[in-house]
Design a protein around this ligand. Structure first.
Ligand code: 5GP
Ligand code: ZN
Length: 111
């Protein structure tokens, strides 16, 4: 997707503060953090949102979710963290490349 910010980050055309990378997944710090630690995990392949996933994405989604606690720990979130996936305009999604927010390290608003 040539006009997708996160695809440009994956391609190295835009910089990011990298937390983790493998052949399928990239994690990097959010440019506008809402907590002392705030990063996102994204699939390297362009998937617009969680609502665009199907059975073919099952393993990838599982890998992303299982990575979240490991990376959170490595980023110092030893006391817990919040995960968030905004989906669609109604869900507050701004960047239409699937991403899982992970944040914490300070007071969080109760849900
Ligand atoms: P959404 O509202 O779609 O769930 O969240 C998109 C997130 O991407 C926002 O928290 C925003 O701060 C972050 N973001 C937008 N553009 C960039 C960018 O160029 N670099 C990084 N690292 N984060 C970005
Ligand atoms: Zn993309």
């Amino acid at each position: 997707m040539s006009d997708c910010i996160f695809c440009k980050i994956v391609a190295g055309e835009l910089p990011c503060s990298k937390v983790y990378e493998d052949d399928e997944i990239l994690a990097f710090h959010d440019i506008r953090p809402v907590a002392p630690v705030h990063f996102m995990l994204i699939p390297k392949a362009h998937i617009a949102s969680l609502a665009d996933c199907d059975e073919r994405h099952q393993a990838l989604l599982g890998r992303i979710l299982l990575l979240a606690p490991r990376l959170a720990r490595e980023q110092g979130l030893t006391n817990g963290f919040r995960t968030m996936i905004n989906t669609g305009r109604g869900g507050g999604q701004e960047v239409f490349h699937l991403h899982v927010h992970v944040f914490g390290g300070g007071p969080l608003r109760p849900m």
